[in-house]
Design a protein around this ligand. Structure first.
Ligand SMILES: [Zn+2]
Length: 443
């Protein structure tokens, strides 16, 4: 067994503290190296880290809450989109109907104009017939007058009476001549008058027909006009609806754009917060690096000699950041019974048995904020044991044999812990020792 002297020293020092400290964090002071010189500066940095971590937690909450706002805005926006689609469909319908109505109205208008032309053509015809009738009547009148004049010219001297004319005949021959002449004149006149009469009747008939046609056309025109008016009424009703739909459409469209803008603003806010979070994380990493460097410097001054070979580092070798050393700790205001090992992304990483042995404690129940949380203790024989605290998961059970380097647990932050780290102890006869007296320092 190596390091007998040191072990005896610890045993002697710890006698005063007693067995009650077995599960305590606070044990004998270890002044084998001095980190007090740097501890004030380290504590300041730890406080800064804590502040930044709290701020990042707030930021995460804000981002989640903003995500919720986005969801709600998107739901509202979706509703407006549905409304917009529905009203747009209706609007398209109205526009189609209006288009066809306008075509119908234009067709009716063309019909009315055609009828107007036909009516005015009929009116021209009627006027022609009227003037023809007038002319024929005048001709008739003229004929009658001319016949009278002839008779008059023949007999104007005495009687205008035909019987007087006949009675004045000098003899039968004269009578015959006179009678024949009269008959001729009368017959000629009668024929002419008969012709005129027929012509007038004919013309009157045609005129009557034309007037009937005109009346028909006018009633057709009235029908078309009232159809057109009905269409125009429908059109103006539809135009009102179309305007309302158009108004709604632009309202919904505006609401939709407003939500887009709102969502955009929220996303921008989230991005700003993400940036801040990233910057904070970088700052945290920088502080941790500084702490690590200060601790390493302190270690260098301690002139520690580490035992080779027998004990192994209980974590993957990228995790070498010591956040609290064994011994007196300012921040805790007491003694620290082991070393706290941390590093970026350490949570969940395996914890290895530093030496082969038997699991004697595998505690999976714990009280938040107290003690070691979930932890494992391995008995290595000859009074040696190791403890692995604040685990997130335990892989072994009591009585189990474990090999050196076997994963026994996962790094966590259970119990009295402010962030993921491994609290590692080496005990001799249940008295905590400085682990750096046993594990190899490899960095
Ligand atoms: Zn600790």
């Amino acid at each position: 067994m190596k390091k007998e002297t040191k072990k005896r020293l610890y045993r002697a020092l710890s006698a005063a503290v007693g067995a009650a400290l077995c599960l305590s964090f606070f044990v004998i002071p270890d002044k084998s190296f001095n980190i007090n010189a740097t501890s004030a500066s380290i504590e300041q940095k730890k406080d800064k880290i804590k502040e930044l971590e709290e701020r990042n937690k707030q930021i995460e909450n804000s981002i989640a809450s903003l995500e919720n706002d986005i969801d709600q805005s998107e739901k509202k926006q979706e509703l407006y989109l549905q409304k917009l689609n529905a009203i747009q469909e209706q609007l398209d319908n109205y526009n189609n109907l209006l288009y066809y109505m306008e075509e119908d109205i234009a067709a009716k208008q063309a019909n009315i104009e055609a009828l107007n032309l036909q009516i005015s053509a009929k009116e021209d015809d009627i006027a022609q017939k009227e003037s023809k009738i007038e002319r024929l009547n005048a001709e008739n009148e003229e004929n009658l007058e001319r016949f009278g004049d002839i008779l008059h010219a023949m007999y104007v001297t005495e009687n205008a009476d035909i019987f007087s004319v006949l009675a004045e005949s000098a003899d039968f021959y004269d009578l015959l001549v006179r009678t024949k002449m009269m008959i001729n004149v009368s017959k000629q006149n009668d024929d002419m008058m008969q012709q005129l009469k027929e012509s007038i009747e004919n013309t009157e008939k045609i005129k009557k027909q034309l007037e009937n046609d005109k009346t028909d056309l006018e009633s057709s025109r009235l029908n078309v006009i009232s159809e057109k008016e009905a269409l125009e009424n429908n059109k103006s009703e539809l135009t009102v609806k179309q305007k309302e739909a158009s108004q709604l459409s632009s309202e919904y469209s505006n609401a939709y754009s407003q939500y887009s803008q709102e969502i955009n603003d929220i996303v921008n806010k989230q991005e700003e917060l993400q940036k801040e979070k990233k910057a904070n994380a970088a700052e945290i990493a920088a502080y941790q690096q500084q702490i690590d460097r200060e601790i390493q410097l302190a270690q260098k001054d301690s002139n520690q000699v580490y035992q080779e070979g027998e004990w192994i580092w209980p974590l993957e070798t990228q995790f070498t950041m010591i956040t609290t050393y064994f011994g007196y700790d300012d921040w805790r205001g007491g003694n620290h019974s082991g070393i706290d090992i941390s590093g970026g992304g350490i949570y969940g990483h395996p914890i290895y048995a530093s030496k082969a042995g038997t699991v004697i404690i595998a505690k999976t129940t714990y009280i938040e904020g107290y003690s070691y949380g979930k932890y494992v203790v391995i008995d290595h024989g000859d009074g040696y044991s190791t403890l692995y605290g604040h685990c997130s998961d335990i892989y072994v059970s009591v009585g189990q044999q474990v090999e050196q380097g076997e994963a026994v647990a996962a790094v966590g932050s259970t119990g009295w812990s402010t962030g993921p780290h491994l609290h590692f102890e080496v005990r001799v006869n249940n008295i905590p020792q400085n682990p750096f007296d046993y594990v190899k320092k490899f960095w």
